[in-house]
Write a protein that binds this ligand. Sequence first.
Ligand SMILES: Cc1cc2nc3c(=O)[nH]c(=O)nc-3n(C[C@H](O)[C@H](O)[C@H](O)COP(=O)(O)OP(=O)(O)OC[C@H]3O[C@@H](n4cnc5c(N)ncnc54)[C@H](O)[C@@H]3O)c2cc1C
Length: 393
Amino acid sequence: MKEIYTNIHIIGGGLIGLATAYCLSKLSYNIVVSDKKSTFADLNNKDDNRTVAISEGTKNFLEELGVWKSLYKNSEQIKEIKVVDRNFTNNLVFENKRSKSNLGYIIKNKTILKKIYLRLKSMKNVTFISNSNVCSIDYKNNYIYSKSNVSLIKSDLIIAADGKNSKVRNIIKTPLYKKNYNQSALVVCFTHKNSHNNTAYEFFYKNGPLAILPMKKESGNFCSSIVWSNDADILNQLMSIDESELINILNEKIHQSVGKVKKIFSKNLFPLTSHLNSKFYDKRLIYVGDSAHSIHPIAGQGWNLGMRDVKKIFEISKKYHELGIDLGGLEFCKKYNDKSYYDAYQLYQITDKLDYIFKLNKPPFLFIRSLGFDILNKNDKIKNLISDFAMGV
Ligand SMILES: Cc1cc2nc3c(=O)[nH]c(=O)nc-3n(C[C@H](O)[C@H](O)[C@H](O)COP(=O)(O)OP(=O)(O)OC[C@H]3O[C@@H](n4cnc5c(N)ncnc54)[C@H](O)[C@@H]3O)c2cc1C
């Protein structure tokens, strides 16, 4: 078994783990990234076409890190968001008239992973360990030790970035609040007849929201992705029906907003749960991204929230690095927790309540929502506040 010493051990090399490694490598720390998967950034996986909506706030941070240019080329801009409650008589349109910036950018998860991984691979202070499933964590003489099936790693700090079912969290026994929505999200990537005109749509149906996100053209075809939250049983059935039948159902649901659906090129189902750890730190350990919190995808903000954690780690580490203070000490871990916990708590509550409010189906609630849409349509100030929220600025 390999025994390694490193300053920082990042457990989990997903979107957030790799971004954290990239930031901290710039401060010349020695970093090990371990993952239970056999390959980091699996570029050949044709079935995984998941996308994230990059907010303006995250874009600014990626720009600061010097990776935005290469991501921008592979992303599609969102210039307008149309929100429809039940039917088109009740709708809201968001544009960003105030500045030149867009409302967001849609990019494939695997493109972000690839771009960051390739940069990290060329760095001498970053080591990758694959097929590594962490099984225990111990402490000795101001170091934290993690043992997996392939290695024993001694470090000053562990950053847990191992996703919403975090094994690190189980080992440390950090309590969490968890919610099961008893629903799933169906993610479908498809080609369609008309241009999306850089518009994202959010249809609020009685069982849950359906979002259409504009993607970059592929082989000359207009492409978009759908994220549809609905009862798990219904979506399970949709996963097994013929493509032509699914296309008919989607055409009915998306109201020709991007013309007819032509071809589906990937579909995936995700159970809808959310959680919030009781704290984002322990001794010589911090949680980041989905290992700390996961939220309802209604506003497409989960990864952006994780990137805000990464930014906070980067800012605090920079200061500690300049002052030569121990990165894994209790003060460091607590500081990160204090800066990130409330942000996550707030977004957790907002997304959870948004889902609840838009599922209310009785006439008084439909009327109140329609009144709210009317007021918002006449009030640019409130609409701007909502666009700022969507943009993460
Ligand atoms: C349907 C859906 C749509 C979404 N849309 C958006 C969106 O539009 N915008 C947005 O901002 N967010 C969105 N999100 C959320 C976003 O996908 C997640 O927040 C983000 O992927 C979390 O990244 P992560 O790196 O923290 O976790 P993950 O991507 O889950 O990565 C965790 C990594 O840890 C590894 N790992 C797991 N267990 C172990 C172990 N025991 N040992 C070692 N390694 C381990 C895994 O292999 C993986 O590589 C969406 C989520 C869903 C479900």
